[in-house]
Design a protein around this ligand. Structure first.
Ligand code: GLN
Ligand code: ZN
Length: 764
């Protein structure tokens, strides 16, 4: 018999119950006990649903109130000193690490968050130092194993592996120079031994140990550590399924195949090509192979024929008893269920599988591979064949005009007419900006009134005309505000946008939207990514009306505001049938038309945001160049249609550019703004070293906190920046959009920003 398995499940609840409970707890409206109860309901739903769908290996222990890496840090006592001794309960210490705490005289900022590999999920980065005192504060794996058992489900607990835990962490503030978290491995192993021993005593037959760093280049140098860690753990632990996902093992397979574990999981959704090598490497061992054929990352229905073929190949070599059919990774990256979608057409709905439907898929594929004659299975296989056939047929109905246009992209279309210095002269005519021009990144506070107007439009309580009048008033208000504060290059404030990706997706052809397709981004922040289902084109202008209205009410120059092709792609669920490159180019052409239309409408500065360009980097370095080529080309394609006299801007949220400077330069935006306020100027030093040549606006203050930066503080920042960047290239701006801020602090902060820029003009 071939077994089926799900590696992890969304922890948000089918109706976002966890967000609601957690936020109510933060607001003091729910007690800790009530929060625990609400969480228990969601866990119970997850476990019993998966069991009811005949999934053999149901995960437990991966549930989280905030982030599973943070849970692990809290459990293993990896708690930075600044969060202890504050008189907080363990639960509040946990939340303080995740999101900071500012109440009752306690004022600690949140720990750093980082992207979980190449997904849009963020984890809280563990901080290690020589002083880290590992101990098992609580055994979450055992607790949730027992909790699941109590509701009738025997699970396979999930534990983050010791090497990934250390490698995904960073040196804490108290660590000495050059400290490497991996140096703590020997100290960490006894705690893992205790954790796993207890788990075995609790009756767990298997444990899923996640070591996702095995798909990164860095793991190649850690073979020794893997061998020693797993040699120590295997004898005391339940049977270990060593889990990798999001990429390929490549040469790491050499040592992984020899580890004393009972099973290995590989991602065949991302990297089907690694099946053969893996099977060959483990054939002579007794390892079980878990085949990640059902995607944990996308929302497309699985092609059973294809998965069964892969599965059969493994069975032919290893035998059915050694094969498990699994999701490629945790399905936490997908929405909970399609069942609650009422607005997708039946045709569209038939294309997708969300988390619960994916559980059905692994069970059916496993049954089919086991030779099941159950009529339900036969029917499911047939239904899948029909669905996939229909989707494939739909995929062939491409938009010829779009395809032809992409095929006809020339190198010339990627380049502005003249080099930057010449463009800069041309731009002076239209923009007439002073030295150290001040601007903002685009959005202004998204107030309750704005959200409620959007909601009322959706419910039909406001007519389109009434809504547009409201937005116009908002825009005019934002313009007057900027004039009053004294900013130089204005924006319209983005009041009409629900979200910087969804807003564009809704106006482009080729996207569909869910009503309830929430996916956790971090903590209690969930996003609802649009889905790209067909070729993308722009039926008409998307932002021209608002930007030109904004320009019509002021004499100051107005900056148009768009989201870039790579960011729209990365923050959506992409198609699986054509390459990301092709999708990015289609988006780029649509945006190119928008940029040209904005220029025609008299908008002479246009910003195309690409905060996601860095995070889209492939996990393996050998794959970077190919990605950067099409990603940068797509941005250029979207912006290069304008004359020299139009100033193009781009914005990146804090980005570690060190290893991709040539690509940032190659974007050739006239002005870039970056989130430098938190990075202690290190980023700017790198810009200097690289000799970056265009205009640049490193954020002078952090917008992620309600704190108002003082005028002197901003002056100091400008002074420090001028030590690294030439004065004639410097813009003065906050480090990101202001949509999450209140008006009061926005006014105070921008007033100080303008005063500091005026001071700089007189001083330098
Ligand atoms: N223009 C967007 C804004 O100001 C940029 C947001 C972002 O970088 N994430 O909101
Ligand atoms: Zn930003």
């Amino acid at each position: 018999m071939v077994a089926s398995s799900v590696l992890g499940f969304p922890r948000i609840g089918a109706n976002r119950e966890v967000k609601k409970a957690v936020e109510a707890y933060w607001a003091g409206k729910l007690t800790a006990d009530e929060l625990t109860k609400a969480a228990a309901e969601v866990k119970k739903f997850n476990w019993t649903s998966l069991k009811a769908k005949n999934v053999d290996f149901v995960p437990s222990g991966e549930f989280s109130l905030y982030d599973h890496v943070l849970d692990h840090s809290a459990a293993l006592n990896v708690i930075p000193a600044r969060y202890t001794g504050l008189g907080l309960s363990p639960l509040d210490v946990y939340f303080a690490m995740g999101r900071g705490r500012q109440a009752d005289g306690v004022d600690v900022p949140a720990s750093e968050m980082k992207k979980w590999f190449d997904s849009n999920y963020h984890y809280v980065v563990p901080e290690f130092s020589e002083a880290t005192d590992f101990k098992l504060n609580f055994n979450k794996a055992v607790e949730e194993f027992n909790e699941a058992k109590a509701v009738g489900v025997v699970t396979r607990p999930v534990v983050l592996g010791p090497i990934s835990f250390l490698v995904l962490g960073k040196a804490g503030r108290d660590a000495s120079a050059g400290f490497q978290p991996i140096s703590l491995l020997e100290k960490l192993i006894p705690v893992y031994k205790q954790l796993l021993t207890e788990l075995k005593s609790a009756g767990a037959e298997w444990v899923q140990i996640d070591e996702p760093i095995l798909v990164l280049d860095v793991a190649a140098g850690l073979g020794k550590q893997f061998t020693s860690a797993y040699s120590a753990l295997a004898p005391v632990a339940p049977k270990i399924l060593l889990t990798t996902y999001f990429g390929r093992l490549d040469s790491n397979l050499d040592f992984v195949a020899k580890l004393p574990v009972a099973g290995l999981h590989i991602d065949l959704d991302r990297e089907p090509g690694q099946l053969d090598a893996t099977v060959a490497a483990i054939k002579s061992t007794s390892l079980v192979l878990s085949l990640g054929v059902v995607s944990g990352r996308n929302i497309w229905k699985n092609d059973f024929t294809r998965s069964i073929k892969l599965g059969q190949k493994a069975i032919d070599e290893l035998g059915a008893e050694r094969v498990i059919v699994a999701t490629s990774s945790s399905v936490l990256h997908t929405p909970v269920t399609l069942a609650s979608e009422n607005k997708l057409t039946p045709e569209q709905k038939d294309w997708f599988s969300f988390a619960l439907e994916k559980a059905d898929e692994v069970a059916v594929i496993a049954a089919a591979l086991s030779g099941s004659q159950d009529p339900k299975i036969t029917a499911a296989l047939e239904a899948n064949r029909v669905s996939i056939g229909k989707r494939r047929e739909f995929e062939t109905t491409s938009d010829d005009a779009v395809r032809k246009r992409v095929a006809a992209i020339t190198d010339e279309m990627l380049h502005r007419k003249s080099p930057f210095p010449k463009r800069r002269e041309a731009q002076k005519g239209h923009l007439d900006l002073p030295k150290f021009p001040t601007t903002t990144i685009g959005s202004f506070p998204q107030t309750k009134e704005i959200r409620s107007a959007r909601l009322k439009l959706g419910k039909g309580e406001l007519t389109q005309d009434q809504y547009e009048d409201f937005i116009k008033k908002e825009i005019e208000g934002v313009v007057r505000f900027q004039e009053k504060v004294g900013l130089d290059l204005l924006v319209h404030g983005e009041p009409e946008r629900n979200d910087m990706v969804q807003y564009f997706g809704e106006q482009l052809h080729g996207f569909v939207f869910t009503q309830n397709g929430w996916v956790q981004s971090y903590g209690s922040r969930y996003v609802r990514p649009p889905i790209i289902v067909s070729d993308v084109s722009r039926p008409g202008p998307m932002t021209v009306k608002w930007s030109s209205y904004a320009q019509s009410v002021t004499k100051k120059p107005m900056k148009g505001m768009l989201t870039g092709p790579v960011t729209i792609l990365n923050w959506s669920f992409p198609r699986a049938d054509i390459s990301k490159e092709l999708q990015a180019k289609q988006l780029a052409l649509a945006l190119r038309d928008e940029v040209v239309d904005l220029e025609k409408a008299g908008i002479h500065a246009i910003q195309v945001d690409e905060p996601a360009i860095r995070e889209g980097l492939p996990l393996r370095r050998v794959d970077w160049d190919a990605y950067l080529k099409w990603a940068v080309d797509s941005f250029k394609l979207s912006t290069a249609g304008v004359t020299d006299a139009t100033q193009t801007h781009s914005h990146f949220c804090y980005s570690d550019f060190n290893d991709i400077f040539p690509s940032i330069q190659r974007l050739d935006a006239d002005v870039i703004s970056i989130e430098a306020s938190k990075s202690d100027m290190k980023l700017l030093e790198a810009f200097k070293q690289f000799g970056y040549s265009n205009e640049i606006g490193p954020g002078v203050y952090d917008i992620h906190s309600p704190r108002v930066p003082g005028e002197q503080e901003i002056k100091d920042r400008i002074k420090a920046m001028l030590g690294l960047l030439p004065d004639h290239l410097l813009f003065v701006n906050p480090d990101c959009g202001l949509k999450t801020r209140g008006w009061k602090e926005t006014e105070a902060s921008l007033t100080n920003l303008v005063a500091a820029a005026r001071w700089a003009r007189q001083t330098y």
